[in-house]
Design a protein. Sequence first.
Length: 453
Amino acid sequence: MGHKSIDELVRAEEGLVSRSIFVDDEIFQQELQQVFSRAWLFVGHESLVPKPDDYFVSRMGTESVILTRDRQGQIQVMLNSCAHRGMKLCRYDHGNNRTFTCPYHGWSFSTDGKLVEKPGELVGVPGHATHYKGELDKKQWGLKTVAQVVNYKGAIWATWDADAPPFLDYLGNMRLYLDAALDNRDGSSGGSEVIGGVQKWRVKCNWKFAPENFIGDLYHDISHRSVDIVGIGPGGGKGRRDPSATRSAICFPELGHGLLGRLPFYEEGPYAPQYARYPEVEAYFRQVHEQRERTLGSAMRVQTSVGTIFPNMSFHGRQPRTLAVFHPISATEMEMWRMYLVDKDAPEAVKEAARHYFLRYSGPGGMTESDDMENWTGATEASMGAVSRELYFNYQMGVGHAQPVPEIPGCAVNGEYTEENARIYYRRWAQFMNGLSWDQLMAGSVRVEERAA
Ligand code: FES
Ligand code: FE
């Protein structure tokens, strides 16, 4: 980059995005500061830490963080780095620990509200009375904690920025669609849980390729042609999609989030054709869906397919429900995580069918994810050269054709095939990279509470 400004690199209105933002190391460092140190980030799910003292090691940008449930039942998120000399405290992926003791010199930290005033406070220092002569102020040397953390329908979100707006404002009306992924019954059930653990794997591509794909790239269907022909759902034989399903690209231009969904919601055929071979599973999902319709009433609910919450979280909002997060490792490498969600109180047969479907469809061995990974890796590699990085990617499909949706403030829709959603995603990215204040970033956005019922 060096010579070009962010506005020269991202010309979103024209549908042009410089390849250098996918390969350049300096831009990557800037992203860590301007995007990942400020935005609300998805860090995990409450079902990963069901009991007091359970912890799950997650990431925020390139930082390792500890997500833990303290003895008072509160979720805490802290930097996984010892305050003394920086050693990584937790070297396991998950576990149960009352205190976190550093393997380097033995300092220990606690989240127990009975022992400490602030989560992550330093409680144990070997040689405090002797080597330190009792002079080290333990209160000053706790773990760094996030500025804000929120448990939204079981999903844990955090930000390092104390000035960031409340999470629900950051989400805006995109909340309607994230809900479809997080809580299939909108609070009327025992909640959701992650089954089968978290799949984690590294991909040699820039992290932005993935959220861009999930925000509404229906155009890349050709990549999955072989899967369509083979047909991989437990239903088998029909291809991975119901061909009658037409979707719209729906986006929130002010906020940078977006999805593919049907607008307005309508239903035809079996609710979950992918489970046709398992009548009891299909019946369960249909019943859950009907209950949801009764709870929500409005036909304005969109049937969500896939969506992205800016900057690096995506989801499948219909059965099966999955959450994905794309952690930046370097300009040209990311670590992708996938979690699979089911209703906690669903019958075992339903959980089992969902698990099989997930494993066939998504993840490093899934039949569609591997197609996508090949594209993202190839595009990253072929943009690293001195010549190729000077070029721009083309995002011109549907420029000027987005229509506002009056029923959903702050929302635009642009038919089935469009790159509008990718354009709003990169426009948002550019706003963060330009260091706009939160007032500027949130100007024009509409709080979900203000939405007409
Ligand atoms: Fe942790 Fe020294 S680095 S105790
Ligand atoms: Fe794909």
